[in-house]
Write a protein that binds this ligand. Structure first.
Ligand code: ADP
Length: 494
């Protein structure tokens, strides 16, 4: 096997700090930077959303004429822009097309909370444009690494529309599934927008799933290799409908080409010793800063009177069914009967927002919600909380439980996906473990785990040991990036 450095194109709908709705952005940012640090040549391709500040990131237009992209019989014009990812040597190409990307939301209309009805066109265009942009700028990668359904058509286009184009023939593809529940399923009429001969893109083809056009299925079946974000999730998505969301049989067909690689933590962004977004820095050898940060969070939440002996529980989450918020809602009465405070930061389903807002009103002395997207506040909650709650229904990897460990905030979580791969249950007899784990998606089990954490918190020495064990854990991105490179070498053609 050749071991020289690779040319890699990472294609993603999100990357921090330019565009983020969740963990995908953090993962792509850390992965791109760490691949570059390993000596590989990395280019990132991203849609140019409206909220990406051209001045802040010094966007320049790439010296190529506007590109024409076909969406079935319709032709759109796009411009490729470029910038340097902050604090790295990685160049990012942005696909600019006002008709599709100059909107307030990335995938959803923020006023309705609903997906944009033309998301099929938006991401067909993005996937084709990503390949055309590579050719226009003359960057011929050894391997492309698309992420999520929004980029899943890239491996499919590579093996169909672009198969005979000599620029693309030697490019391998490794597709990363960050969350199999998000599939990009569209009605039959959308097949025509792909611009493929009907025998390739219609029912009974790799593009079709249960009568619909399914971006993710095409990505899974056309890519040379597949990765997902934890070893347990790689097994789970092949096992049952609850985890595979209907694609379990499809993913099983690619079993031999699927690799679970656990995400790391980007310590330039998430380290209590250096984090510029938190009021006081600290380390496991001197935790005094954490206590002061707890006070800042307490005050930010408007809790009175000040009593730092009371445990503060934190949640930062997209408000979606995956995250187990219904379990939280079910245990609220018992939870708030205890001497606790809870702070939640999240955006998402209006239904959850309403239920949580009602609970906040009912338990106003103990519960504070922030329904906004606020990176600085997310850091304050990670540092200022004692306990982090993550009762997920499923969790491909999860980042907040790892950030929590780093900040000495002990997680309570369900044993699933990446949560199972990152946290060992506390064992009071042996004084081992780094969190409180419950098995089944059940409110009583969740409540018992929370109760156990709150009881343990009262024992200062045991609690500090627990915090320190978590803070000592190594989740460096470097080793994860090395594993991606091994998969990229398998996927490349020459
Ligand atoms: P997912 O990718 O499923 O949303 P992860 O735990 O992998 O979940 O990653 C979530 C990331 O998004 C974390 O960096 C978290 O801090 C961030 N995040 C989620 N919601 C918000 C919010 N409302 N404000 C700021 N950051 C948020």
């Amino acid at each position: 096997m050749k071991t020289e450095n690779l040319k890699i194109a990472l294609i993603t709908p999100e990357i921090f700090p330019l565009a983020k709705t969740g963990g995908l952005a953090d993962v792509c940012w850390a992965l791109a930077k760490n691949l570059a640090l390993l000596g590989h040549q990395v280019k990132v391709i991203l849609p140019k959303y409206k909220n990406i500040d051209e001045g802040l990131y010094n966007l320049t237009s790439v010296n190529s004429p506007p590109l024409k992209i076909a969406l079935g019989s319709q032709v759109e014009t796009i411009q490729v822009k470029s910038c340097q990812l902050p604090d790295s040597s990685v160049e990012c190409f942005l696909i600019s097309c006002d008709k599709y990307f100059a909107r307030d939301g990335m995938y959803q209309d923020p006023t309705t909370g609903l997906d944009y009805p033309d998301n099929d066109e938006r991401f067909i265009l993005f996937s084709k444009a990503a390949l055309e942009a590579l050719k226009a700028v003359g960057f011929q990668p050894d391997v492309i690494n698309p992420h999520e359904y929004q980029s899943a058509l890239v491996p499919a286009f590579l093996k169909t529309i672009y198969q005979k184009d000599s620029f693309f023939q030697s490019i391998g593809s490794a597709f990363t599934i960050q969350n199999i529940a998000y599939q990009g399923n569209y009605p039959k009429e959308s097949f025509a927008k792909l611009g493929l001969p009907t025998e390739l893109a219609s029912e009974k083809t790799k593009f079709e799933h249960k009568g619909k056009l399914c971006f993710l299925k095409a990505g899974i079946l056309y890519a040379d290799a597949l990765t997902t974000v934890s070893e347990t999730y790689a097994v789970e998505i092949q096992s049952t409908h609850d985890f595979g969301y209907g694609l379990e049989d499809v993913i099983r067909q690619r079993n031999l080409d699927l690799y679970g690689i656990l995400n790391g933590v980007d310590e330039t962004e998430w380290s209590p010793e250096t984090d510029p977004l938190i009021p006081y820095n600290y380390s496991k050898d001197d935790l005094s800063g954490k206590k002061k940060n707890k006070q800042s969070l307490w005050e930010k939440c408007g809790f009175v009177p000040l009593n730092l002996e009371i445990p503060v529980l934190g949640i930062i989450s997209r408000l979606v069914a995956q995250k187990g918020l219904d379990l939280l809602e079910e245990i609220a009465e018992d939870l708030f009967a205890m001497d606790v405070k809870l702070v939640l930061l999240g955006t998402g389903d209006k239904k959850h927002e309403k239920t949580l807002a009602d609970l906040e009103k009912k338990y106003s002395k103990k519960f504070k919600c922030f329904f906004t997207f606020d990176d600085k506040l997310a850091h304050l909650i990670e540092t200022g909380s004692d306990i982090y709650l993550m009762p997920s229904r499923y969790e491909p990897c999860g980042l907040n439980q790892i950030y929590s460990l780093k900040y000495g905030t002990v997680p309570v979580l369900r044993y699933t996906g990446g949560l199972a791969d990152t946290i060992e249950n506390f064992d009071p007899k042996k004084n081992t473990g780094s969190g409180f784990v419950f098995m089944h998606y059940d409110p009583l089990e969740f409540l018992e785990a929370v109760r156990w954490a709150i009881e343990t918190y009262k024992n200062k020495k045991v609690w500090e040991d627990l915090m320190k064990r978590g803070m000592e854990k190594d989740f460096s991105w470097r080793s994860a990036a090395e594993k991606y490179v091994e998969v990229f070498r398998l996927a490349r053609k020459s």
